[in-house]
Design a protein around this ligand. Structure first.
Ligand SMILES: C[S@@+](CC[C@H](N)C(=O)[O-])C[C@H]1O[C@@H](n2cnc3c(N)ncnc32)[C@H](O)[C@@H]1O
Length: 211
């Protein structure tokens, strides 16, 4: 089910209007994650919020099988046009995970988690962790409170603001990262500057255990 807070029409409208709005180069975080995944022999991975696939291709070019989840049908069609039809992309909200029963060696989730509300973020972390194979890694990028947009827009709840067009964002610091990811194998937090200051959050599933 796609609920009100996720604003699917916002993303659908954005992709219709702005098309390949971030270009075709992968983000810095995707390049760093690709290096990390190759060092750790990741063979198959999931990208929740895959967009039109610009961050997927660098993994595929390096022999990793990528599966995506994306809320915008237009973005999925763009991904198919640019990168072919071989890659499985499930159409729907990450809040409805899981979409399959695969266990992935790696999960990379770029600039999506901060768009969700508290319960949805908890569920996403939980659902991703549960789809990780033993010794698998999941890497999230999330916006930092250092962003100049922090504190701007309508206050929604602690560290969460309506930034534009009804899109809410939760701004992270190290404390909230530890709170939300602490039980999901969190082992590293670094800072990475994309179009905004982001955190790169790394978690490992050391053994098969439910959280
Ligand atoms: C900030 S963009 C990042 C896109 C992509 N990772 C990239 O940078 O190329 C967030 C992406 O997540 C998708 N998205 C937003 N909310 C979603 C949800 N609840 N479920 C699945 N996808 C979602 C958007 O359509 C968009 O493609």
């Amino acid at each position: 089910m796609i609920n009100e807070t996720e604003k699917p029409e916002f993303w659908e409208k954005s992709f219709i209007e702005k098309q390949e709005m971030w270009g075709f180069e992968p983000s810095k975080s995707a390049v760093l994650t690709k290096d990390f995944f190759l060092q750790n022999s990741v063979k198959n991975m999931l990208i929740p919020g895959i967009g039109y696939g610009r961050n997927a291709q660098i993994f595929r070019d390096n022999g990793i099988v990528v599966t995506g989840i994306e809320i915008s049908q237009t973005a999925i069609e763009m991904a198919r046009k640019h990168y072919g039809t071989e890659m499985i992309i499930y159409h729907g909200s990450v809040t409805d995970m899981p979409y399959d029963t695969c266990q992935y060696d790696g999960i990379f989730c770029y600039a999506l988690i901060h768009l969700l509300d508290s319960n949805e973020r908890t569920k996403l972390i939980h659902d991703c962790y549960n789809q990780l194979a033993e010794n698998g890694y999941m890497i999230f990028t999330a916006i930092s409170k250092e962003a100049h947009t922090y504190g701007k827009g309508r206050f929604v709840s602690k560290d969460r603001y309506e930034i534009f067009d009804g899109v809410n964002m939760f701004f992270y610091d190290r404390e909230s990262i530890s709170e939300e990811f602490g039980k999901a194998g969190l082992f590293d937090i670094t800072e990475v500057t994309e179009n905004f200051p982001f955190f790169l959050i790394k978690c490992r599933k050391a053994m098969t255990k439910a959280i």
